[in-house]
Unconditional design. Structure first.
Length: 280
């Protein structure tokens, strides 16, 4: 799959050490990297379909102090879609109220019919991009009906409802930022951790330091604002479980090189499902 990193802070903080550790995991996630620096209603995004440690562009970025309040980072293992810049995260889209939404995702959507309508007009091939397009359409529909932008409570309940529906039968670890609030969701155990430090909340697929990282709650949408938990949604029962059907679906859609490597390495689902590809 992929790995995710996010930070929500109430003050500008340097994150180079965390990012260097995060991108060092690229040997297991070699198909692209991305970085989004989010400032109010603007997302500055850099991404490339190359292994992070081989990217001169990323090396140049990390040489300079990266001081932010909100940021996302992503490294990709290509399960859906080829190795291409259009398939690298983060993804971003502006709603009809002028808010910029930025999304990163770790997981697979095995079945969710409403996403299929975006296959023909998305820029890349990933289900992750389709999730964002679907969210923006739902936000826009609600705002058109209201004839005004959704307020913070309406946005939260809209995002919570969409994520609850999407998470049933699917692996859905994702982070979304709309210029003010960060929405976080995971539905797979030991696949997302958080750290409260430096007036900030850090999030990562794996702990990135010797500090006190804790497993992030699963099966619940949690919103953050300026380094604090702002709202917790209602827990749901859609914890992701690896099944043989899901595993075979992933194999059918894998990058061919990765598929051959996985098949050669594991001949039995009971071993393969423990592979880092699935749960880290």
């Amino acid at each position: 799959m992929c790995e995710l990193f996010g930070i929500s802070s109430k003050r500008c903080i340097r994150i180079n050490d965390y990012l260097n550790q995060f991108y060092s995991h690229c040997e297991q996630h070699p198909h692209g990297w991305g970085l989004a620096i989010m400032q109010q209603n603007q997302s500055i995004i850099e991404k490339q379909p190359v292994k992070a440690c081989q990217s001169k562009e990323l090396q140049n970025i990390l040489k300079n102090p990266i001081i932010v309040e909100h940021a996302f980072a992503h490294i990709r293992l290509a399960t859906m879609g080829y190795t291409d810049s259009f398939n690298c995260h983060p993804f971003t889209k502006i709603d009809n109220a002028g808010r910029t939404w930025t999304l990163i995702h770790n997981g697979t959507i095995f079945k969710y019919e409403p996403l299929n309508r975006y296959i023909s007009n998305q820029l890349g091939e990933t289900d992750s991009e389709r999730i964002l397009l679907f969210i923006i359409d739902k936000i826009n529909e609600a705002q058109d009906y209201k004839n005004a932008p959704l307020d913070e409570n309406e946005c939260f309940h809209m995002i919570e409802g969409i994520i609850r529906d999407l998470s049933e039968g699917n692996k859905l670890n994702l982070m979304i930022f709309n210029g003010e609030f960060m929405y976080i969701h995971a539905n797979y155990k030991k696949s997302l951790y958080s750290l409260k430090a430096h007036d900030s909340i850090f999030l990562s697929t794996k702990p990135l330091s010797n500090e006190k990282w804790e497993e992030f709650p699963i099966n619940q949408v949690i919103s953050l604002k300026n380094g604090e938990v702002y709202k917790r949604g209602k827990p749901h029962n859609h914890e992701y479980e690896i099944t043989e059907e899901n595993f075979n679906y992933i194999l059918e859609h894998l990058d061919p090189e990765l598929k051959n490597s996985l098949i050669n390495k594991f001949g039995d689902l009971n071993y393969a499902k423990e592979y880092q590809f699935h749960n880290r």
